[in-house]
Design a protein around this ligand. Structure first.
Ligand SMILES: [Zn+2]
Length: 146
């Protein structure tokens, strides 16, 4: 004989502000689902987070959301590094023989192919007063020049 929860009754829920499981008063329900609760401790009103054993609710939600998108897309959403990787891929193949060694006193121009002792081959993307934006395999770097 489980009595159904209804607006105004007390449930145990995870409070987003207190970060622990506390008594909450149900504020809003949709059908038999509790949607909004008010924390009896901090009186914050927030979405209802059911009390889960052991696992934080987040882990389950993430797994559910991640299931649709394949594991192939490892990088999260719009990550600038991904754009740089694409830009780098578009520049291939680069001919190492055509590159010039990077020199912080050197003058570079856009699209120059340079070779950096640490970062390897890079293509100059833009030149500022005394810095050059150079795209390397590992991403874009701003290096001194001129
Ligand atoms: Zn609270």
């Amino acid at each position: 004989m489980s009595k159904k929860p209804s607006a105004g009754s007390i449930v145990e829920a995870r409070c987003t502000r207190c970060r622990s499981v506390l008594n909450h008063t149900i504020v809003a329900m949709v059908g038999e689902q509790i949607v909004r609760v008010e924390c009896n401790t901090c009186h914050g009103v927030h979405n209802y987070h059911a009390v889960k054993e052991d696992k934080p609710a987040r882990a389950t939600a993430a797994a559910g959301a991640g299931a649709k998108k394949s594991a192939a897309t490892r990088s999260p959403r719009t990550d600038p590094a991904a754009a740089e990787r694409d830009a780098w891929a578009a520049l291939q193949p680069l001919d190492p023989a055509a590159s010039v060694p990077y020199d912080m006193n050197g003058k570079f121009r856009k699209n120059d192919l340079i070779h950096h002792p640490v970062f390897g081959l890079g293509v100059v993307q833009a030149v500022h007063a005394n810095k050059a934006e150079i795209l390397f395999k590992d991403g874009k770097k701003l290096l001194r020049c001129g």
